[in-house]
Structure formats: C-alpha cells, structure tokens
Design a binder for this molecule. Structure first.
Ligand code: ADP
Ligand code: MG
Length: 751
C-alpha cells in the first residue's frame, strides 16, 4: 500500500523516471511531492467533431478507426508514421514525426482512437500532425466525448522531464492511491467550509473534467496552505502567551503623567486609544507582542515614548531600536527634546521625576558609549536608543521591560524570537511600521503579533502633491525640478533630492545605506542596476543628451552645486559617509543650516524635518511603491504643503511607469499597498525563494483569498487551543513539520 511518504522510486514509477523526477529543479521524491506538483495550467482539447465537418486551422478532436498504417522515410532519412483514419463521414491522415514515441505503434489497422489537435490540409487531404492520441480499443468505459472535454494538465517541467512524462507518472500514481488519504483537514471543518477531501482534491486537480473541478481542487488545497500557516502562527502565539514576564503596572503621578502634562499638542484619539491598549497589555504578566501600524507622520513615536515611560514608571527600562544610525540619532534627539527636563536625570536642568536617555550606536564616541552602556547596565538609563545591533552586541540591561522596534516591517519572526530568548523574563515588544500592510499580509507575516492601527493623522497635516517627471518624453521637465526646489528654498523651505545610488562611477555594491537592513531589495522590481552603463559614465553630471538616468549622489551633488542649484547650501547624505559626518549633516539640515540634502534612501524612514517641503526622487522607477511612499512622507510634515517629484528617464508604458502613476494617483498608503501587492508574487511577499521546492504558499493569494485566510485563522486558533501539538491530527502535524523544516520560519519572515 502506498502512502504519502512512499518514495516514487521502485514503488510507483520506473527507476529511470524516478531519477529524472528527483533531479533539480523538480526535486520530486515522494508520493506527496508528485501529488503536490500541481499543473501550471490546463489545456482544453478541441471539440469532438465528425471528420466531414472539420474546419482547417481549428483545434478539434475526432473519434476514428485506423484503416491504414504506413511507416515512411523522408528524403532526409528521417522515419515517420502515417495513419489513415475514418469515422464513416470522411477520411483523414494522421502523421507522427517522432517514431520512437509514436502512438502509431499501438494503433494497428482496425483499432479505434481519439485524436486531438489542429486540423490542416496537406496535398488536398485533411490531416493532423502529432495529435494527442488516446487508443480506445477496449471500448468499455472509454468515452471519446468525455476525453475530448477533459482538461489536459500542463505541468511545470524541466529540460529532461516534459509535462506529458510527468502527467503519465501522475496518472499511474493516482490509479495506485488508496481510496482515502490521511486528511489534514478534519471532516467537520471540510463540511463547514464545503471542501472536498484530500484524495478527491488530488484527483480533481490532476484529472479535471471541467474548470469547476480545478476550482474545487484549488480551494481545498489552498485551505491546506492557509491552515498550515495559521496553525504555525497560532502555536507561536500560544507559546508567547504562555511565557511569563514582569507586569508593568501603571503608576499615577510618575514620569508618564508629567510628560503628558507638558506635551505641546493634544494626542489624537487614535494615539490615546492605542496608548491605553498598550498600557493594559504591559500590565499583564505575559509579554505583549504588538504591531503598531500607522501612516507616515501619524505620530507613532509619541505612542512609543509613552509606552516606554510607563515601563520606566514601573521601575523597568525600555529600548528603542531603529533600522539606521541616522534614524536612531534623530530619535535620540527628538525624544530628548520631547522629554525636556524629564529626560535629563543627573543633568543640571533635570526636572523630577526624571530618567536618563542614552544613545548606543557606532557614531557615539568611545567614552560616551562606555557611559551609555554603564547606564543601561546599572538601570539609570530608563530609555536606551540604538540600532538593531543593540540586540546582537549583548548590551546588558538591569531590567529590560520593553523593546520598541521602529520602522521595521522587515523585522522578521526569527529576530523577534531571538529577542524573546534573550532575557529570562522576555520583554514586551512593540513593532512599529509605516508601511501599510494589507490585513491578510499582516496576519501571515506578523501573525504572531496583535495589530493596532493609527488611522488618523494629527490635525493640520498638509497635503502632498505628487508629479511624475517624465524626462524621456519631456526633457525640459528636468529643469523644472530644480526650478521648483529653488522656489521653495527662496521662501525659506528645504528640499531633499534622492538618488538610488551613491555613485554611478564606482562599481561594486549598489549604494543603499549599509545599515538599512534591506533597502531596495525585493521591493524594487524595476531596480536592475545599470551597472555596466554606469561604469562607462566618466563625466560627472548628466549624460550628453541631458539624461540624468543612473546618476548617483556623488555626481549629482557637484553638478547641482555648480549648475542648477548654484548658490544654495547643499550637502550629501549616504551610508558610506563616516558616522560623524552623517550626523552633522543631519543636524545642520534639521537646524535649517542646509537648504538641500542630496541623499540615498538613508532618509527613507522616519527622518522628520517639518520645514522640508519638496522631495525629488531621481530614477524613481527603480524604487518600489512602498519605498516611494515612505520617501514622499518626508515632506508635508509641517505648516506648508508638500511636493513630491518622481523623476524617470524610462519611456512608455511599463510596469515601472505604472507604479509611478499609482504613487502619484493616491497618498492613501493602504490603497497603495494593495496596488503594490497586486503586482507582486506572493512568494516575494512572504520571502519564499522561488527556487527549489517550497511547501509553503503556492496557490494562496494573499489579496484574493482574504476570506479564506480569515476562516483558516479562526479554525487554526480553535484547533491549537484544543490540541496544541495536534496529536489528534497527524496529517496536519506532518504538514506543519514539513513547512517548518523546509525553510526554517523564513517563509513567514519578511515583508
Ligand atoms: P511617524 O508615525 O511617521 O513615525 P512621527 O512620530 O515622527 O510620525 O510624528 C510626526 C510628527 O508629528 C512629529 O513631529 C510629531 O512630534 C508630530 N505629532 C505626533 N503626534 C501629534 C499630535 N497628536 N498632534 C500634532 N503633532 C503630532
Ligand atoms: Mg517614525
């Protein structure tokens, strides 16, 4: 009896076929592998037609008897088979040019078969060349009409194994399969959601008689994927909630109350509500794991600071981690300013109740860093701010109660696990992201987190207008970018100019900031770098035809300074600058001592300079939608409206230009996230590599299958509560094991 784990080799298919199926890229070794190797699409045979009624050029199926069988030799020496067939209404010849595999060998005169293919005419005679052929000799339950209507599965194939060979192996396998397979979806669940059982699903997927069959199979198999994923996440949530940590109880009259009392603005309703939720969770003895989503500029930092102060009030410490040093430094400054005297314990202008805020990054001098580390270790620093490196460098805390991770939709499950593993009493965790994540993605990628969303922007936020500067079609528009920047600077505002790379001359790495964990990355589908072309560019500034395509910060800045932006105060900011230079540039820009910052995506996240009103993004086509949206969020943060100029040298209607049009059309981040996701493969979203076999998510579409994913989440939650280790459902347990094994949590990981 064969089972799902049975090896194909020796049991199901010949040793030769088994070897070929097992080879890369297919990697099909077991019965389950082959059954899960689903058709990429299905071919519909032509309609069953009388020979007399055949129309040249059409795909048709005929049911006919062989009256003559000849083997011929072409002038080239090649052999081929020619059948003459009839159905009583007319005659046709059928030619097979691949004598080795020719079905003609099984069709002696007198036999009956169905032939399906394109009809043509050769020397006045109807013919089909290499048609699909189905011998129907025994005539019992073989029904040519059914065969004609059936869909032919087309499998993902390799050079050595064609789709028909795979199809043949699958058919053999299906015939051998027991009538029932251990089913990961319990019968009651299947009944609730009207799903076919696993055995039937495979039958319908590999031997469909209609599109409806395929749909039923897919819906069922998607459930397997969704449920597996959601069970993993439910187990994780359960493990987390079983952990014990220190409850951080709210304290009246502490530093949080003092801070609230001197805030220069009123909190939005959203900030207040999320704040209350967080405080209630901090007060419980199980670690909080919450994702705070909020549109760019929605004021997440204040929410985080209030959570941190609540922990300080309860006697603990809080760490704030940013993806870049620039951002960590900015947070340090911003938070110290926001706290005023309450953040200056031990300094002259301390206002009790006070705590200390320290910064731990590479850009901090050795002496200051030692002091900061000591303050973290002895507990005198209530707030410790740094980059993610803080986690890996083993910074010691006296009593770390809360970790806030800012702007990190890329902070994966694994890192969160590492964080929990650090302390004997795992800290509460708050992850913040401005990249709006559609609900189903949040639920899949961040399924172990509870989600809060700040939907409101603080009152008085200014609108941002976005324009695509299509320089390929309108070369003169390039100058308008610089004109617009000059206009804004003339009325006292500031500007960003963003390039996708540091330098177009240097070869080697692309140019995103080193400490931006994953900048660019899969986010920019159009981002193939024109390295070769760039390498040829020797002159700084535009190409001969005026094109600015491929230009980097190091070329653009001097050209702007001597040309279009002469007389303005410009500076560069990118990841290859020494930390202290980056730091002083950011400080000077924030203080209004610089007019224009020519930067890479180091400014993508979090940088907050309200006086900056215009951002020009060069070669915007190389960025992904969410990056563009993030970058655009750098302006419109103050009193004046923002302008975002998306420069591109790309011509015509491509996916990249479509992305730019989308970004220009709406500033609603959630809408953009949907548009963006709609253009991407699910694998990219979940971080699954496209190569090799991945048992993770293949059929499931995160946008279209929202209902299904929600249902699966609910079922998974119930299941895991009732039976955490799935002892009652070995089939599902096995799938979960395989999914975890195949790609250790990685397929859940990245946004
Ligand atoms: P993000 O959510 O993008 O991280 P920030 O936390 O950086 O946004 O907030 C953006 C700006 O809005 C900051 O200058 C902050 O001080 C300000 N801000 C935050 N909350 C409010 C509020 N309720 N009213 C007015 N301004 C606010
Ligand atoms: Mg922020």
């Amino acid at each position: 009896m064969i089972e799902l784990d049975t090896r194909l080799d020796g049991h199901v298919v010949s040793a030769r076929d088994a070897r070929r199926l097992a080879e890369a890229p297919l990697g099909l070794v077991t019965v389950a592998d082959l059954l899960d190797h689903l058709p990429r699409r299905y071919h519909q045979r032509g309609e069953l037609t009388n020979l007399r009624d055949l129309v040249e050029g059409e795909n048709s199926t005929v049911h006919a008897k062989v009256v003559r069988h000849e083997s011929r030799t072409a002038r080239t020496g090649r052999r081929y088979d020619v059948l003459t067939v009839t159905d009583g209404t007319a005659q046709m010849t059928v030619t097979y040019f691949n004598p080795g595999r020719s079905p003609a060998r099984r069709l002696p005169p007198g036999s009956i078969a169905a032939f399906s293919g394109k009809v043509d005419r050769f020397r006045g005679q109807l013919q089909m060349v290499n048609p699909e052929t189905q011998p129907l000799d025994d005539g019992t339950d073989d029904d040519p009409d059914r065969w004609a209507r059936a869909l032919v599965p087309i499998y993902p194939a390799s050079e050595r194994v064609t789709s028909p060979v795979i199809g043949r192996c699958v058919q053999v396998l299906l015939d051998m399969l027991p009538a029932e397979l251990p089913d990961p979806l319990p019968a009651d669940l299947r009944a609730r959601h009207r799903l076919v059982d696993l055995r039937t699903a495979y039958e319908l997927a590999h031997r469909p008689e209609s599109r409806g069959d395929v749909e039923r199979a897919h819906r069922r198999l998607k459930w397997d994927e969704a449920l597996t994923l959601q069970v993993i996440l439910a187990q994780r949530r359960q493990e987390i909630s079983a952990m014990a940590t220190v409850a951080r109880l709210p304290t009246a009259g502490g530093i949080l109350d003092a801070f609230d009392g001197q805030l220069p603005f009123a909190l939005t309703d959203g900030q207040r509500e999320v704040g209350a939720t967080i405080q209630a969770e901090l007060a419980r003895p199980a670690p909080m794991h919450r994702l705070l989503q909020g549109e760019v500029g929605s004021g997440k930092t204040v929410v985080a600071v209030r959570a941190m102060l609540a922990v300080v009030d309860a006697g603990g410490q809080a760490a704030l981690l940013a993806p870049t040093e620039t951002l960590a430094t900015q947070h340090y400054r911003g938070i110290r300013e926001l706290l005023g005297g309450f953040g200056r314990a031990g300094e002259l202008d301390e206002t009790p109740p006070a705590t200390r805020v320290v910064l731990v990054t590479g850009s901090v001098g050795a002496k200051a860093k030692r002091a900061a580390l000591a303050a973290a270790a002895d507990g005198s620093a209530g707030l410790v701010i740094g980059t993610h490196a803080l986690l890996h460098e083993g910074v010691a805390f006296r009593d770390l109660g809360l970790v806030v991770i800012d702007e990190q939709h890329r902070f994966g499950v694994e890192q969160r696990d590492a964080l929990r593993a650090r302390a004997s009493q795992p800290p509460h965790v708050l992850v913040m992201t401005a990249t709006p994540i559609p609900r189903t993605v949040a639920m899949t990628v961040f399924g172990d987190l509870e989600v809060s969303t700040l939907t409101q922007l603080p009152a008085g936020r200014q609108p941002i207008s976005t324009f695509v500067v299509d320089a390929a079609t309108h070369p003169s528009w390039r100058d308008r970018i610089w004109g617009r920047i000059r206009d804004e600077v003339a009325i006292g505002h500031q500007a960003y100019v963003v390039c996708p790379r540091i330098s177009s001359v240097a070869t080697g790495r692309g140019g995103e900031d080193e400490d931006l964990l994953d900048a660019g990355g899969t986010d920019a589908p159009g981002g193939a770098r024109r390295a070769a072309k760039a390498g040829e560019r020797q002159v700084a500034g535009p190409a001969e035809d005026g094109s600015l395509g491929g230009i980097g910060v190091e070329e653009l800045l001097p050209w702007l300074a001597e040309g279009p932006l002469a007389g303005l105060r410009l500076a560069a900011l990118h990841g290859r600058l020494p930390a202290d230079v980056k730091d002083s540039v950011m400080t000077r820009f924030a203080a209004g001592e610089l007019d224009v910052l020519v930067a890479t995506t180091v400014i993508e996240v979090g940088v907050d300079v309200p006086n900056a009103t215009v951002i020009a993004i060069m070669d915007a086509d190389r960025f992904g939608v969410s990056q563009l949206h993030q970058l655009r969020g750098r302006v419109g943060r103050g009193q004046a409206a923002g302008v975002c100029l998306l420069h591109t040298e790309i011509d015509g209607d491509t996916r990249a230009t479509q992305r730019l049009a989308n970004v220009a059309a709406t500033t609603d981040g959630a809408e953009l996230a949907r548009l963006d996701l709609g253009q991407r493969k699910e694998g990219d979203v979940l971080g699954a590599s496209q190569s090799g076999r991945s048992r993770g998510v293949r059929l499931l579409e995160l946008l279209k299958d929202e209902r299904l994913i929600l249902d699966a989440r609910e079922e998974a939650g119930r299941m895991v509560v009732a039976d955490p280790d799935l002892t009652a459902n070995p089939a599902l347990r096995r799938r979960v094991g395989v999914a975890l094994d195949d790609r250790p949590v990685e397929f859940l990981e990245k946004g």
